[in-house]
Structure formats: structure tokens, C-alpha cells
Design a protein around this ligand. Structure first.
Ligand SMILES: [Zn+2]
Length: 170
């Protein structure tokens, strides 16, 4: 696969920079360890603490399907549920929940991501609240109560406290 994405690291001791190129898939799933390639120690000063940055991968249906149906693949560089809790991925998440053979743990993460969208758009101090988006996700959750129930133990209590009262769980 074409190496289209860059991962960079900067030595925290001397500032020396290094970079590698990886494919989109390798970047999305964090499959390549930059320190394995460039060495555990800075070639300039020998220190072994670095900051790393990589370009965010926009997930498409192929990548999300592969992730959702394989319990060994993990999205990087953020917490998976936070990365997915984005309007950008709403349609893909619903597609996955309804049409892919999603493994249990990934289903939990997808449901949590939906709850986080509702949570974020319920916070009083969020000045970018999107009520229409929130209502879309609430409707989607109401339509997938059985899946939400299965994810119940996984979803954080502080999220549930804000989100569940807004649903019609009955
Ligand atoms: Zn260094």
C-alpha cells in the first residue's frame, strides 16, 4: 500500500526530529512503531523520550468495517470512542451497527461514541452545541435500544447520567 501518511517524533532532550512514512491503513490502526524503525534511542543524544505526532486518518467504510469486525485492530492515536464521536462518522457508525458483523467490544465502542455525541451537545458550557445533530443521534439510539442495552456496562456513568434521561428507554 502507498505510504501516504507521516509519523514524526521529536526527541524531548535535544529536539532532534525523525519521520517515517506509512500507509493510510498502517496510520489508522497504529500498525507501525516509529521507535522500532528509528531506534529506541535518539541517534543524536541517546535519550529515549520522544513526542510523536501523526496525521489523522479520515476513516472510510473499508477501514471502519475492518476495524469493527476484527477485535485485534485498534484506532489511533486517540481513545477510539472519542475519535469516533464525530458527526463525520455518524452515518458510518450506523451503517456498521446495522449491516456489519461487528464484534462485541467494537459495538460497545460505537454505542459509546454515539452517547458521547449526545453528551457533548448537551453540555451547558459547549458554545458550539448542535441541537439538530444531537436529536439525530438520540433518534438513532432510540432505534437501537437492544444494542445500547448490551453496551450498558461499558458506557461511563457520567455519560449515561446526561444521555439516558434524554432517550425513551422505557
Ligand atoms: Zn536527542
Amino acid at each position: 500500500m502507498e505510504a501516504t501518511h507521516t509519523i514524526k517524533r521529536t526527541c524531548l532532550a535535544c529536539g532532534q526530529e525523525g519521520a517515517i512514512r506509512v500507509s493510510r491503513r498502517e496510520a489508522a490502526f497504529g500498525l507501525v512503531d516509529i521507535h522500532q524503525i528509528l531506534g529506541k534511542q535518539c541517534p543524536n543524544c541517546g535519550a529515549n523520550t520522544f513526542s510523536t505526532v501523526q496525521t489523522l486518518v479520515n476513516l472510510d467504510e473499508t477501514l471502519l468495517k475492518e476495524w469493527a469486525t476484527n477485535e485485534d485492530l485498534h484506532l489511533t492515536p486517540q481513545d477510539e470512542e472519542l475519535l469516533l464521536a464525530d458527526e463525520l462518522y455518524l452515518n458510518l457508525i450506523l451503517l456498521a451497527l446495522d449491516h456489519f458483523s461487528v464484534v462485541d467490544q467494537k459495538r460497545n465502542i460505537l454505542l459509546e461514541a454515539l452517547c458521547i455525541i449526545v453528551y457533548d451537545n448537551s453540555l451547558k458550557d459547549n458554545s458550539h452545541k448542535d441541537e439538530a445533530l444531537k436529536q439525530r443521534v438520540i433518534k438513532a439510539l432510540n432505534e437501537r435500544k437492544a444494542q445500547l442495552k448490551l453496551a450498558d456496562d461499558w458506557i461511563m456513568d457520567y455519560i449515561k447520567e446526561v444521555v439516558y434521561p434524554q432517550l425513551t428507554l422505557g
